[in-house]
Design a protein around this ligand. Sequence first.
Ligand code: URA
Length: 236
Amino acid sequence: MVAGSDQANIGQFVEQLKEFLEFQKDRGRPFLPWSKKNRETSESSNRHPGPIESLQALSRVILGCQKCRLFRHRRQAVPGEGSLPVCLMFIGEGPGFEEDQQGRPFVGPAGQLLTKMIKAIDLNREEVYITNVVKCRPPENRPPLEDEVEACRPFLEEEIRLINPQLLVTLGSCATQTMTRTQKKISDLRGRLLKVNGRRLIATYHPAYLLRNPGAKREAWEDLKRVRREYDELEK
Ligand code: URA
């Protein structure tokens, strides 16, 4: 006999499996990679989706994700945002109240400051990609826990793979530590050109921190100027 909670777990597992298979299908990957028929179909098919279709498929998986406890608290998951192609990606920590309400990253007070920071280097939000380490709002806006970051990491990695940005900007210590896989303080890493998996990375303060500590804006401005210089290098 299957107990009620086991039934719920099985139901949840089946839903996640369905989402995963849909995701694989959308990416042109075979349903069963070891099946000859599927291998031939996938290899001979030229219906491989481009990055945009794959990003849409990824968003669908993110919206239905239940891999960690955060899904219980969210109103909705918040995938990254931006149109392709872009070479610059901003990575924050996780959605806050407004983002959870609207389903878009960085639209609350910190988001308004981020928009200004992007404008300050003569770009606009449409020219960059904006995402977060975790895609669901942690309760009371607490920092995401390590297992939540790890559960969400494949989504961030997949966004990076699909968008292929040459320059990453991490906002705050959560994004910086996640991307560099270190525990170093943001104050030790910010403003320098780092390399992560062959991509350039510049860390700066999180806009929410800057709202609480306006005195740090001067350093953030130095970091942003560095971002702009690296961006100009990419354009050459
Ligand atoms: N803070 C973040 O880190 N991300 C958001 O999307 C909003 C606030």
